[in-house]
Design a binder for this molecule. Structure first.
Ligand code: IPE
Ligand code: IPE
Ligand code: MG
Length: 238
């Protein structure tokens, strides 16, 4: 049922378009990534104020390792430094910072920084801001299968709940609204299990330009959608 006040419990954003944002200004792509990183806390705060409980942001995909080594190095460095400053801002705003994916590809020093940032906000109970880093659904599902097998799961007893419980996102609700900025109309291996019934929203706005007004627009569109989950619309059964 559509309802103008309905807000997603879990929103997710593919933060795309940093490179094009920089290119348009004659700047290096890495400047686009820095500006993109600066949008993380303001957008999280805007979502928290709207009553969203979980926000998952796609920061680095399992496929992004295919980029030139210099860009990969810049993105890895940006993550560890940005997590620290985002955590400080989140601490003040009662936002809990978490991560899905893997930080194994980071240096030990960077891993420590990321862990410290996550620990800093562990006591908060407002919006959960989840950064998807070195994340890809295909690897996530393969990993869940491996985990179930190594736990000695009984094949006939493996159900959707057990698979969910072994994903990186275990304990989080399904994605209700999935936003992609930057104009591409694809999911790029992001939360494909969790967003099986999400409302999809695509915008041309490049991530470094994504602001409170863009959050509002996506939420207005979300509230207009009629979510049926395979059932019939209200009043259509006769
Ligand atoms: C998104 O911006 C950030 C990452 C994928 C890490 P892009 O770097 O993909 O920017 P475009 O798509 O080239 O503009
Ligand atoms: C998706 O963007 C990954 C992130 C935003 C982190 P990409 O720019 O890497 O995706 P493709 O290559 O357009 O599918
Ligand atoms: Mg891109």
């Amino acid at each position: 049922m559509s309802d103008a006040n309905r807000v997603p419990r879990h929103a997710a954003i593919i933060m795309d378009g940093n490179g094009r944002w920089a290119r348009k200004r004659g700047l290096p792509r890495t400047v686009g990534h820095q500006r993109g990183g600066d949008r993380i806390h303001p957008v999280a705060l805007a979502c928290a104020r709207k009553g969203i409980e979980y926000l998952t942001l796609y920061a680095f995909s399992t496929e992004n390792w295919n980029r030139p080594p210099s860009e990969v190095a810049a993105l890895l460095h940006l993550l560890s430094t940005k997590m620290e400053s985002v955590a400080r801002a989140c601490l003040r705003d009662n936002i809990r910072l978490t991560l899905v994916g893997s930080i194994d590809g980071l240096s030990l020093e960077s891993q420590q920084k990321v862990k410290a940032a996550i620990d800093m906000t562990a006591g908060n109970n407002g919006l959960t801001l989840c950064i998807a880093f070195d994340y890809g659904t295909r690897r996530e599902i393969a990993r869940a299968a491996e985990r179930l097998a190594s736990q000695g799961a009984v094949p006939a007893a493996i159900d959707e709940e057990q698979v969910s419980a072994n994903l990186y996102t275990s304990g989080m609700p399904d994605v209700d609204l999935l936003i992609r900025c930057g104009g591409e109309i694809r999911l790029s291996n992001f939360l494909m299990w969790q967003a099986a019934y999400a409302e999809l929203y695509f915008t041309e706005v490049l991530w470094p330009d994504f602001g409170d007004g863009d959050v509002d627009e996506a939420l207005v569109e979300y509230a207009r959608r009629n979510r049926r989950f395979g059932a019939l619309p209200d009043g259509a059964s006769s």
